[in-house]
Design a binder for this molecule. Structure first.
Ligand code: NDP
Length: 332
């Protein structure tokens, strides 16, 4: 059983020293437990926060233990009445070939609905984050302008498409020409900005002639400062992520935006997707319907091999992924 351990708390950007690949024996399930063979594992930006020894909404990773995250796998051995060998399941499990978990911590994956990997992407945590953040906090109305940063990622691609379904003008900000093309040509975004190649301030003027009504913020930092300087009265700002700040060693000092919020009677609200746990079923049924109707399209960037999980994770901070970044550990 190959495993990836978390062995060193990073300062700044994590690197190879953060992780170590080891081997252990394949665990046996006890009563109520299930042994799951890992098929896909998810690498997510929030994991960077868990690498710091700091109190947050989720406890930090412990040193010399296996990293954990979202996994889709197949039941190999079950000592829980609800699960049979061969079934596909999802839950929080280790970065390893096999995990043993209590059945109560698993959900079944219906592969007739969509490919199993989608339980970690558009029909999983990132899709739900987009759905609830945009609809519950952003509350987009027809004709409004919605700007999303991190637009070509797992959350951003879904945000933009839901906003289009609601009849909004959608502006996406992302970091490569390939991403920009995808957003505009394949997802139908109305305007796109490559923040690595363009002057974001000027580009926003062209892209948002009527100002910004909803800003879905995945990145924070300077990009967000620029967007916030263009908000309209009663704008809603959805604080979803701040990836541009996750690896900073010192706090980032930016413009003080309270006045902007005040004079525009704007709302800025943070959230964690699990705030909406009680409504996940509702969110998933809408997302699944839109996906099956072809109204929401998705991409997954799949890296092969457990040993490549650390690089796949680091790739998030280099912008290597278009859509959801996953690691394929074994065959379905
Ligand atoms: P993505 O699939 O969007 O991957 C991360 C992307 O962020 C990269 O591809 C890169 O794209 C972009 N990025 C990386 N560094 C920077 C930077 N310095 N400045 C601007 N962009 C950068 O990840 P997710 O969709 O999974 O997550 C998006 C955001 O949402 C993250 O901030 C994450 O923490 C947050 N999140 C919050 C949740 C919640 O419950 N609140 C739940 C899930 C995610 P590019 O090429 O465009 O730079």
């Amino acid at each position: 059983n190959r495993q990836i351990l978390f062995v060193k708390r990073p300062k700044g950007l994590p690197d190879d020293r953060t992780f170590r690949l080891t081997e252990s024996t394949v665990p046996e399930p006890k009563d109520g437990e299930v042994r799951v063979r890992t098929i896909y594992l998810s690498v997510d930006p929030y994991m960077r926060g868990r690498m710091n020894d700091m109190k947050s909404y989720i406890p930090p990773f412990r040193l010399n233990e296996v990293l954990t995250g979202g996994v889709v796998g197949q039941v190999e051995v079950s000592r829980h009445p609800d699960f049979q060998p061969g079934e596909l399941v999802t839950g929080m499990m280790g970065w390893q070939d096999y995990s043993v978990v209590h059945g109560a911590e698993l959900n079944k994956v219906d592969a007739r609905l969509a490919p199993p990997s989608t339980a970690l992407s558009v029909l999983g945590m990132p899709g739900l984050t987009a759905y609830f953040g945009l609809l519950d906090i952003g509350r987009p109305r027809e004709g409004e302008t919605v700007v999303v940063s991190g637009a070509a990622g797992a959350v951003g691609t879904v945000v933009g498409q839901i906003a289009k379904l609601k009849g909004c003008r959608v502006v996406g900000i992302a970091g490569s020409e390939e991403k920009i093309r995808y957003l505009q040509k394949e997802l139908g975004f109305d305007a796109v900005i490559n923040y690595k190649a363009e002057d974001v301030k000027e580009a926003l003027k062209d892209a948002c002639p009527d100002g910004v009504d909803v800003y879905f913020d995945n990145v924070g930092g300077e990009i967000s400062d620029r967007v916030l300087s263009r908000i309209n009265q009663y704008a809603r700002i959805v604080l979803c992520g701040q990836i541009s700040l996750y690896n900073l060693e010192k706090p980032d000092i930016g413009p003080r935006i309270q006045t902007t919020l005040l004079i525009n009677s704007a709302l800025m609200k943070g959230f964690i997707v699990s705030d909406y746990q009680d409504r996940f079923k509702e969110g998933l049924s809408h997302l699944a319907e839109w996906v099956s109707q072809g109204k929401i399209r998705y991409r997954e960037n799949i890296v092969e091999g457990l040993e490549n999980a650390p690089q796949a994770f680091l790739g998030l901070f280099r912008g290597e992924n278009l859509g959801k970044q996953l690691v394929k550990v074994s065959e379905v």
